[in-house]
Write a protein that binds this ligand. Structure first.
Ligand code: G6P
Length: 477
């Protein structure tokens, strides 16, 4: 694909910067760039980009200058500093206590109050000011995700010529759910100050267009919204991963020897892998109930089946996440107690992050991956599992409520709420013929290796450039 060659810079804005910082005992700062999905997506862009975001912790007033210098010089990043209260109310309060549950169809879990909304507005204003301070005429601004939905409008008030794109990484819910939100108009108007708004799937884009019609009476067409005598383009850009990173990791002697070790310890067993942030959208209780049902309906699996479930700690300051942790631990304990024996535990549960070597090895030795999200914007674990398969050609069991299910037709689809069906699908996956597994895997692999993270990043930036009306001058197609 042709590279966007615009002369300006791409300013990427996300809630959190992709860098971790640590103050060493000698007072010096060490920093490390993380390898998340957005980093992979942007690595495909040869253009100049600057990343604006929150550092994820409060930095003392005295340290801010030095931290800013390190981030700017070493990582092209510009930190946004927020007070503890604003950061907490913005991140834990409004973003993860209101928008996150609502956009994942859980209005009962929403905990709204005006105070956290005000902090959300304030954080978006502070972010906008940081961008306004560095913005140059040829720049493009790409704003990411639900933490930043007001930013396009606030930035546009400060810099009327700013050319802004917005991408939502989570589902946009049906307008019936979205209209529950007290500040629904403000959120829509915030987003509509863009040239381009992107979603992972057609359904999310359709829901957004419908919300614009119903809530603010805007005229819409399938690819956009007419707003304040401008056309705001709406597009579908399913995100991907960086498959080469997994292919390379798989080849390393360290991972090869770990694969041997793990294969030996699970010899004679069928292994199912689950890798999820410990989040209520991931459907972990539903997954565990399905495992229990598997043992009830197919007792022959006792002693021959193991689920390795990695639950990556996440948002532990939010009450709902603490409750979930307890519920999951109780279920794991109950199932292991009922179906295990002295030398055998059907569920290996890890409440921790695993590094990329261990992750790749775990994916590789597993006969199936089980993704049971009750809602999920995309779900990249599905794609990571596919590219980490070598000889086994393991089966992907995938919830139909993930964005990924729209493009991964080679998966065994499940409704995570239908426990009987999930148990049956696990049994089907683990008894599937080699030919069928190979055929499904090839179909999935073709998709994932083509629709990569950098394909996504490049595609969005090109479309943003076009939408900002200068594409023809800049792209050599
Ligand atoms: C989702 C969101 C991201 C977020 C990630 C991890 O994928 O779309 O914006 O970064 O979850 O959540 P955290 O709260 O740890 O950043």
């Amino acid at each position: 694909m042709t590279e966007p060659g615009f002369s300006g810079r791409l300013i990427v804005v996300s809630n959190r910067l992709p860098v971790s910082l640590k103050k060493e005992p000698d007072g010096k700062w060490t920093s490390k760039m993380s390898s998340g999905g957005l980093v992979a997506a942007l690595s495909g862009l040869k253009s100049n980009f600057i990343w604006v975001g929150w550092i994820g912790a409060e930095i003392e007033e005295d340290d801010r200058e030095e931290v800013t210098r390190i981030l700017r010089d070493n990582h092209n990043c510009i930190p946004v500093f927020l007070s503890e209260k604003v950061a907490n109310d913005h991140y834990n309060g409004f973003s993860n206590g209101v928008l996150w549950p609502l956009f994942h169809y859980l209005p009962g879990d929403v905990d709204y109050d005006d105070d956290i909304w005000n902090s959300y507005v304030e954080a978006n204003t502070i972010f906008s000011q940081v961008v306004a301070d560095i913005l140059e005429p040829d720049d493009l601004v790409w704003v990411h995700d639900y933490h930043m939905m007001l930013m396009p409008e606030i930035l546009k008030q400060k810099c009327p010529d700013a050319r802004i794109g917005f991408f939502l990484h989570i589902p946009f819910p049906s307008s019936e759910i979205f209209r529950v939100l007290p500040c629904r108009k403000e959120i829509l108007m915030g987003m509509l100050n863009c040239c381009l708004i992107g979603f992972h799937t057609y359904d999310y884009a359709r829901h957004f267009l419908k919300a614009c019609t119903r809530i603010i009476g805007a005229e819409t067409v399938p690819n956009g919204v007419y707003f304040k005598d401008k056309f705001v383009q709406v597009g579908v850009f399913p995100v991907g991963i960086d498959p080469d990173k997994f292919f390379e990791t798989l080849q390393t002697p360290k991972v090869q020897s770990r694969i041997k070790e793990l294969s030996k310890s699970f010899e004679g067993m069928k292994v199912v892998i689950g890798i999820d942030r410990l989040d209520y959208i991931k459907g972990l209780p539903q997954k565990l109930q399905a495992i229990e049902k598997l043992f009830q309906n197919y007792p022959e699996w006792k002693g021959k089946f193991v689920l390795i479930q990695v639950a990556v700690p996440s948002r532990q300051d939010v009450d709902e996440y603490q409750k979930l942790k307890k519920e999951v631990e109780e279920l794991v304990g109950r199932i292991n107690g009922l179906y295990g024996s002295l030398g055998y535990s059907p569920i290996h549960y890890l409440f921790q992050s695993v590094d990329s070597d261990e992750l790749t090895a775990l994916y590789n030795i597993s006969d199936a991956a089980l993704i049971s999200s009750i809602r999920d914007g995309m779900n990249l674990v599905a794609q990571e599992y596919i590219v980490s398969q070598t000889d086994k050609k393991g089966v992907l069991i995938l919830s139909e409520f993930t964005g990924a299910s729209q493009s991964l037709s080679g998966a065994v689809m499940i409704n995570p709420w239908n426990t009987e069906e999930v148990a049956e699908s696990i049994n089907t996956a683990l008894t599937m013929s080699k030919e069928e597994r190979e055929e499904k895997h090839q179909m999935l692999l073709n998709y994932v290796t083509k629709h990569t993270a950098s394909h996504w990043g490049l595609g969005f930036v090109r479309e943003l450039y076009k939408a900002s009306h200068q594409a023809e001058k800049i792209f050599s197609i």
